[in-house]
Design a protein around this ligand. Structure first.
Ligand code: CA
Length: 220
């Protein structure tokens, strides 16, 4: 899952980034509204953390312009502590949830998980597909209830597929959601990670759809 983190205050952005990476997300950052607007318009994100008070272009304007352009990714806005009017304006501009500063990192992560699964129509934090289960709260993966140890990259790939069971996902889409913009992207590496995952999971769970991509299927 790829997150756009928009926050101009370095002392907040830095720990936020660290917590998001620790939680298994790949992160692109912007420290002003203009860069945020551009990134959100041109790159696919699974969710955005958007501070409203930003230099160059304020967060509300950024959000409105994304929504006007049809960008539908979930957006969690960060507001000032007593800014109830900011919360209302943020939700009305197309925000999906808000968090008032200062906040606990755990709460931000929980709200993000909820936004990401809701965007895929999933209500439960425990994702299941046949014998496979992924607990988004603990990042634990099990097969028939037995824990499976995955590397960070294998986990990201599986988590993306587990949010879209039965849907064909192209290699390009996977590449775009598993790597940040500054990362050297090579869609061939996706094949390598799929191969590694197949050795750790029931191999048939990740089906290759020729010419299109991959699909997670329920294996009993
Ligand atoms: Ca700010």
């Amino acid at each position: 899952m790829r997150i756009l983190l928009v926050e101009d205050e370095p002392t907040l952005r830095s720990p936020l980034r660290a917590a998001l990476v620790e939680a298994g997300y790949v992160v692109d950052e912007a420290d002003n509204g203009r860069d945020a607007l551009h990134l959100g318009e041109s790159e696919p994100f699974d969710a955005v953390v958007l501070d409203l008070g930003l230099p160059v272009l304020d967060g509300l304007s950024v959000l409105r312009r994304w929504r006007e352009a049809g960008r539908a990714m979930p957006v969690l806005i960060l507001t000032a502590r007593d800014g109830w009017h900011e919360k209302v304006a943020g939700i009305d501009a197309g925000g999906d949830d808000y968090l008032a500063k200062p906040f606990h990192m755990e709460e931000l992560l929980a709200r993000l998980r909820a936004l990401i699964r809701r965007a895929q129509g999933l209500a439960s934090p425990l994702l299941a597909c046949g014998a496979l289960a992924l607990d988004t709260r603990s990042s634990r993966v099990t097969v028939h209830g037995q824990p499976v140890a995955l590397t960070a990259q294998e986990f990201r790939l599986l988590a993306y597929l587990m949010h879209r069971p039965g849907t064909v996902v192209s290699r390009t889409e996977l590449t775009e959601h598993l790597y940040a913009q500054d990362h050297d992207r090579d869609s061939n590496t996706i094949e390598v990670f799929v191969g590694r995952l197949r050795r750790k999971l029931p191999a048939e769970a990740i089906e290759t759809v020729r010419g299109l991509g991959y699909r997670l299927v329920a294996v009993p």
